[in-house]
Every structure is written in structure tokens, then in C-alpha cells.
Design a protein around this ligand. Structure first.
Ligand SMILES: Nc1ncnc2c1ncn2[C@@H]1O[C@H](COP(=O)(O)OP(=O)(O)O)[C@@H](O)[C@H]1O
Ligand SMILES: [Mg+2]
Length: 383
């Protein structure tokens, strides 16, 4: 068994403490499980702490927990953080359309050959030959046998048929093997086995509805986009910049998200990426810094679907983004006006837009409305 009784190895030092660390190779679970430990980089605001404590309470009581929320709302990070508090090795799975029950549980793979040559009576020579199929445990089976914490990320990406095997695991605490192993058709789930699931209800491509029977066995906790203070704290921690330095970036991304003028919502992950580029290249978060503006355009621009928009609409979108960048990252340094020319026509600041009102959201919505009235098909955001 894993854990103290089997001398479960401690995690090795982590390079990026947010990332789970692989087990040392001498462990019998190496390659299948991940050792996680509480990360010093994990940002705990009261809202996050509250969610973590609630989920830990349910998990300790033996209930599976399901974090449901949009992309970039911190579900996977929270799942690993909570798993680390449980102190058991983690089995990590990511939902996949191609996932089958056998992928989760295991199956008969290959043969084991046996040959016996018997010369017990020297005048008699006896040969015996045989082959048996050999069974191989996959990750869910390892987690159930060894009492690991299962983190099943984006589990609704797997088809319901593949996930059916979890019904018995979560309720009766019995894993039914799809193909009987030599002597066993069932495995009794280890008392310390726990399960944490995540899913994104806004995702519409490549996901399936969670079956009622499975959802009914989990405690569902909704995780929404973080509040501004939490996003500031996380973006600062992940980029090693100060909160005041990342504030324009976070406000820009949040402003864009609030505008609804995108096809794919810009998330905290985008803020972190911009902040990390700013930190690595020692840039000012200002419109006077062409490379900063270019990074913002690179990371935020493609959030609208390229194919569905005409060149005119794309230019409008670039102007809207430039206007948001100017609003949140003006920095008020001299030379701001020259930035657009240095970046070319796509990045031209939307000087014509009504900067005085300070409400880009209103302006963008009005523009979108006007475009729709004209019938040029500008699409509203999806979330
Ligand atoms: N509490 C936190 N502390 C530090 N970083 C966090 C925290 N929550 C989320 N992050 C970071 O925010 C980004 C998005 O989080 P993630 O867990 O991947 O979101 P999701 O799984 O909902 O898409 C990641 O880069 C992650 O490292
Ligand atoms: Mg995730």
C-alpha cells in the first residue's frame, strides 16, 4: 500500500512550485502517480481559502468533489492544492473523447509464457508449456487499490460510457473490472481513495453532459472568475512583478472580458502570460512601450474568430483593443501617440473613440449593435 506504511517517498524539490512533482523513480507508484505538496506560490484569498476548506471537509468525509467553472477560473490549481492537503499520492487524468473503460481501469495485455521440463524420473521426459494473458492495472485501478487521490480534470470530455465505471467506485466503493483479471473481477476501493473532478460548463466543443447518476454522487462546487484583488495577487505571484505593475494588465484583460466582444473569453491565464512577458523582457506596461502593446495585441487579438470576420471587422476589433489598452495602460508617458504608427495600421489607436466617457464596454456594445443593425454579422461573445 502507498503512504507511510509503504514508506511513500516525499516529493523532490520543485522548480516551479505551482506544478505537481513526479515521484522518485524508486517508488513502486512512479510513473502512475504524482506527488504533490502544498505550494508556497498558491495564492490564498479568503474566497479561495473558503472554497478549499469546504471541499476538504467533504473529501475528508469521503465525498467526491466536483469543481465546475469557466476556463482560467483556477479549477485545476485548486484541485491540486486540495489534493496536496490530503497528503496522498495523486493520480491525474484528463478527460478525452477517446477514453475507454479499459484506458481507465486496465486490461489483458500480452502473454506470459511458462515452460516446464520435468526429468524427475530419469527415463521419462515431460514437457509442459502454457501461456496466460497478463493483466495490467491502469490509473483508476491503481488509485483505487492504493488509496490515492484521483484528480480527473475536464472529466466531461470523456464519454459517459467510459465514466460509467466510476458509479460503483464512488457509491459502493467497488471497482468492477471490465475484463476479469485472473482471480479477481472486483476490487474493493481503498478507504483513503478520494476523487476530485473538474469541468467547464461553458465549453461547447468536445464535451459531453455529465450523467445525472455521476453528478448525483459528487458535491458540486461552482468556481467563477476571480475577483480583481485575487487576479492581481495571482498575476503578481506568477510573474514576480508587484501588484501595482500587473494592475494595468489585469484591468485590461478584465475590461476586455467585461466587453463581451470576443469569441473566447480572455482569462486570468492571459493576464499571467502578458505579465510574465513583461517581467522577462523588463517592459513598461504602457502604450509608450511598443513591445508591450504588441504582446497585448498578440495575446488578446486572436480571442475573436478569424474566419467569421471581415477585414473591416478585424480592424474594428483591433481598434477596440487598442482603445482598451490606451485606457488601462496609458502610463501617461510622452510618446504614447507614436505607438500605433510604430506598430503599423492594425494597431492604430482608436483615437476617434470616445475616450472621455471611460466606458469602452458601452462604446463597444453600441458599435456591435450598430454593426448588427447594418447586417454585417458582428457576433456577440459566447459567455
Ligand atoms: N490560487 C492560485 N494561486 C496561484 N496561481 C493560481 C491560482 N489559481 C489559479 N492560478 C493560476 O491561474 C491560471 C489558471 O488556473 P487553472 O487552475 O489552470 O484554471 P482552470 O483549470 O479553471 O482553467 C494558471 O496559470 C494557474 O497557475
Ligand atoms: Mg484546468
Amino acid at each position: 500500500m502507498c503512504g507511510a506504511a509503504r514508506g511513500h517517498p516525499r516529493a523532490v524539490m520543485e522548480k516551479d512550485p505551482m506544478m505537481p512533482t513526479a515521484l522518485r523513480s524508486e517508488s513502486h507508484l512512479a510513473g502512475t502517480t504524482i506527488a504533490v505538496r502544498p505550494s508556497t506560490n498558491f495564492v490564498k484569498t479568503p474566497a479561495i481559502q473558503n472554497l478549499a476548506n469546504r471541499s476538504l471537509g467533504y473529501l475528508r468525509e469521503g465525498f467526491p468533489v466536483h469543481f465546475r467553472g469557466p476556463a482560467g477560473s483556477g479549477k485545476t490549481t485548486l484541485a491540486f492544492h486540495v489534493a496536496a492537503q490530503l497528503g496522498r499520492p495523486v493520480v491525474f487524468l484528463i478527460g478525452d473523447e477517446e477514453m475507454t473503460t479499459s484506458n481507465l481501469v486496465g486490461g489483458q495485455y500480452g502473454y506470459q509464457y511458462r515452460k516446464v521440463v520435468d526429468r524427475y524420473v530419469h527415463t521419462v521426459l515431460k514437457y509442459e508449456e502454457g501461456a496466460t494473458r497478463s493483466w495490467s492495472d491502469h490509473r483508476l485501478t491503481t488509485a483505487c487499490r492504493e488509496g490515492c487521490t484521483l484528480v480527473y480534470d475536464e472529466f466531461t470530455r470523456s464519454r459517459a460510457e467510459a465514466n460509467n465505471v466510476l458509479l460503483g467506485v464512488l457509491e459502493e466503493r467497488i471497482l468492477v473490472l471490465p475484463v476479469p483479471n485472473q482471480n479477481e473481477s472486483y476490487i474493493k476501493v481503498h478507504p483513503e481513495f478520494r476523487a476530485i473532478f473538474t469541468s467547464n460548463p461553458q465549453e461547447y466543443s468536445g464535451v459531453h453532459d455529465a450523467q445525472d447518476a455521476l453528478s448525483d454522487r459528487m458535491i458540486m462546487l461552482d468556481v467563477d472568475y476571480f475577483d480583481r484583488d485575487t487576479e492581481l495577487a495571482i498575476a503578481a505571484s506568477r510573474s514576480r512583478l508587484s501588484e501595482s505593475s500587473v494592475a494595468p494588465i489585469v484591468d485590461l484583460v478584465r475590461g476586455y472580458r467585461a466587453s463581451g466582444e470576443y469569441d473566447q473569453a480572455p482569462t486570468l491565464r492571459t493576464s499571467i502570460m502578458i505579465a510574465r512577458m513583461v517581467s522577462a523582457q523588463k517592459l513598461r506596461t504602457s502604450t509608450a512601450e511598443p513591445r508591450f502593446v504588441q504582446i497585448c495585441m498578440d495575446l488578446l487579438g486572436p480571442r475573436t474568430a478569424f474566419s467569421s470576420r471581415s477585414a473591416d471587422q478585424r480592424q474594428q476589433q483591433s481598434k477596440m483593443l487598442m482603445s482598451l489598452i490606451a485606457h488601462h495602460c496609458s502610463g501617461r508617458e510622452a510618446g504614447d501617440e507614436g505607438t500605433a504608427e510604430r506598430l503599423g495600421p492594425e494597431a492604430e489607436p482608436a483615437a476617434a473613440m470616445n475616450q472621455q466617457s471611460g466606458s469602452h464596454v458601452r462604446i463597444n456594445r453600441m458599435q456591435a449593435k450598430e454593426a448588427r443593425r447594418r447586417g454585417d454579422g458582428t457576433r456577440q461573445g459566447t459567455s
